[in-house]
Design a protein around this ligand. Structure first.
Ligand SMILES: NC(=O)C1=CN([C@@H]2O[C@H](COP(=O)(O)OP(=O)(O)OC[C@H]3O[C@@H](n4cnc5c(N)ncnc54)[C@H](OP(=O)(O)O)[C@@H]3O)[C@@H](O)[C@H]2O)C=CC1
Ligand SMILES: O=C(O)CCC(=O)C(=O)O
Length: 419
C-alpha cells in the first residue's frame, strides 16, 4: 500500500472530514471550518555575517478566530511551506477547541535551516519576521509561541520587536518567553509533560502503567526530551530515541537525563557514546515497544510504516505524524493512536496560562501551573474517551475531531457567522 504525496493540509482536511458525520456539522458550516481565514507571506531580507544579504520566506496563517484570539507556534525549518503552515494552523484551531481554551488557531514559520545560521543571523531573521507579521498579531489578536527550532530566546526577540513598534513593553504578545520577561515556569517542559500525562492515561485505560512499559521516542528536541525525562520519572523504560542524525537503542533503557543534557549543550544523538546500539529513524518506528511517541516531523507514519509498527499504542507528540492511510491500517490492526490535537496540547495550555498571568500582571508558581496543566489534560482525555464510546468512531482521532468540530461550529453559529 502506498500513500499520496504527503500534504499536511490534505491530511488535516481528511481527518476533519472523517469526523463530520459524527459531529453532525452541516455542509456549509463544514466548508467554512476547513478553510483558513487568512495567510500572510513575507519576504525577510537578512544580513549575513559575511556582509551578503539573503531573502528568507516566512508565513503566518490565521485559520479560525471564532472561539477567541488566534494562537499557535512559529517554526524555523527547511520543510516549512504555505501548505504546512495552513494545516498546522488548522490543527491549532481543533486543538484549542478540544482542550477548551478560549482561542482560535494560527501557525507561522520561516523556511530556513537554523543549523546553518549564526546566533546573530537567527536574531536578525527573527526580528524581521516579527516586523513582517506585526500588523497581524497582537495580545488580543494573535499570540505566537515556540514550535520547532524556536524557544524562549526567539520569543524574547519577537516580543521586543513588537514592543519597540508599540512604544512600550507588551509581554502578552507572545508566550514561551524567558521567565525574566514574563514567561511562566513550566512552559519549557509543558508539551512533554502533557505527553507524559496522556501516555500514562492511555496506559491506565488499557489497565497498564508506565512502570511496566517500554517507550520509543522519535525526536529528542524540546518535546521529545521532556516527554522522555518525565516518563522516566513516572517509572517508564525509555529504550530508544533519535534526532535527524539517527537513533539509539538499549532494551534495558537509556539515560534520558544524560541524553537531554547532551542535546541541551548543543550535541546530537550521533555524538552519544553511552551503552547503546545505533539504529535508524525507520528502525525506531518499527521497534517492539509498548508505546511509540513520534516527536519530530510530520507524516513519518505512512501506511507502509503502519503495517510494520510493533508498538501497542502510539502517542502523537509531533503535529501530523500519521497519514490518514496509516490511520486506517492502525485501526485495522487495533493499535490505538492518541492524536496530536490532544497529546501535544500541554504546550498551548501552559501558553494560555502564561498569557493569563501576563494580562493580569500576576504570576503563578510552578506547582500551580503544573496542576492546572494536568487537570486540563486529564479532563480532555476523559472527554475524548467518552466521545469514542458514545459515537463509536473508528479511532481516537475521529472522536477528538468530533468534539473539536462541534465546539467550533457552535461558536460560529452562536456568533451569527452563518445566516
Ligand atoms: N515546542 C512545542 O511547545 C510544541 C511542539 N509541537 C510539535 O512537536 C514536534 C517537535 O517540536 P519541538 O520539540 O519543539 O522541536 P525541536 O526543534 O526542539 O526538536 C525537534 C526534534 O526532531 C528531530 N528531527 C527533526 N527532523 C527530523 C527527522 N527528519 N527525523 C527524525 N528526527 C528529526 C530534531 O533533530 P535535530 O535537532 O537533529 O534536527 C529534534 O530532535 C513538532 O512536530 C512540533 O510541531 C507540538 C506542540 C507544542
Ligand atoms: O504554545 C502555543 O501557543 C502553541 C504551541 C503549538 O504551536 C502547538 O501546539 O502546535
Amino acid at each position: 500500500m502506498s500513500d499520496e504525496p504527503p500534504s499536511t493540509l490534505n491530511n488535516m482536511r481528511t481527518q476533519m472530514q472523517r469526523a463530520q458525520e459524527y459531529a453532525q456539522v452541516t455542509e456549509n458550516v463544514f466548508t467554512r471550518l476547513k478553510h483558513p481565514e487568512r495567510t500572510l507571506e513575507v519576504s525577510l531580507p537578512v544580513l549575513r555575517d559575511d556582509g551578503t544579504e539573503d531573502i528568507f520566506k516566512g508565513y503566518r496563517c490565521q485559520f479560525s478566530g471564532a472561539r477567541g484570539p488566534y494562537k499557535g507556534g512559529v517554526r524555523f525549518h527547511p520543510s516549512v511551506s504555505q501548505d504546512e503552515v495552513i494545516a498546522l494552523a488548522g490543527l491549532m484551531s481543533s486543538k484549542t477547541a478540544l482542550v477548551r481554551l478560549p482561542y482560535g488557531g494560527a501557525k507561522g514559520g520561516v523556511v530556513c535551516n537554523p543549523k546553518e545560521l549564526s546566533r546573530d543571523e537567527i536574531k536578525r531573521m527573527t526580528r524581521r519576521y516579527m516586523e513582517g507579521i506585526r500588523r497581524m498579531v497582537g495580545p488580543k489578536m494573535d499570540i505566537p509561541a515556540p514550535d520547532m527550532n524556536t524557544g524562549p530566546r526567539e520569543m524574547a526577540w519577537m516580543m521586543d520587536t513588537y514592543s519597540v513598534y508599540e512604544g512600550h513593553t507588551i509581554p502578552e504578545v507572545v508566550t514561551g518567553k524567558p521567565i525574566e520577561l514574563g514567561g511562566t515556569p513550566g512552559r519549557i517542559e509543558a508539551t512533554g509533560r502533557g505527553v507524559a500525562n496522556i501516555t500514562e492515561q492511555i496506559l491506565n485505560y488499557y489497565s497498564r502503567s508506565p512502570e511496566d512499559s517500554t517507550i520509543a521516542i522519535q525526536g529528542f528536541g524540546n518535546v521529545g526530551s521532556w516527554a522522555g525525562r518525565l516518563l522516566a520519572e513516572r517509572g517508564a523504560n525509555v529504550v530508544a530515541t533519535s534526532d535527524v542524525t539517527g537513533g539509539i537503542y538499549n532494551p534495558k533503557g537509556i539515560d534520558t537525563h544524560e541524553v537531554g543534557e547532551l542535546i541541551e549543550s548543543g550535541g546530537q544523538i550521533g555524538d552519544y557514546d553511552g551503552d547503546i546500539e545505533r539504529i535508524s529513524n525507520d528502525e525506531l518506528l518499527r521497534l517492539d515497544v509498548d508505546v511509540l511517541i513520534p516527536a519530530a516531523v510530520s507524516h513519518v507514519i505512512t501506511a507502509d510504516v503502519a503495517e510494520d509498527v510493533r508498538a501497542d499504542i502510539i502517542v502523537e507528540a509531533a503535529n501530523g505524524p500519521t497519514t490518514p492511510e496509516a490511520d486506517d491500517v492502525l485501526a485495522e490492526r487495533d493499535i490505538p493512536t492518541v492524536p496530536d490535537i490532544l497529546a501535544n496540547a500541554g504546550g498551548v495550555i501552559v501558553s494560555y496560562l502564561e498569557w493569563v498571568q501576563n494580562t493580569q500582571e500576576y504570576s503563578w508558581t510552578l506547582e500551580e501551573v503544573n496542576a492546572d496543566l494536568e487537570r486540563r489534560m486529564t479532563e480532555a482525555f476523559e472527554e475524548m474517551m467518552d466521545a469514542y464510546a458514545e459515537y463509536e468512531t473508528p479511532d481516537l482521532r475521529t472522536a477528538a475531531y468530533t468534539l473539536a468540530l462541534d465546539r467550533q461550529a457552535t461558536a460560529h453559529e452562536q456568533r451569527g457567522l452563518f445566516p
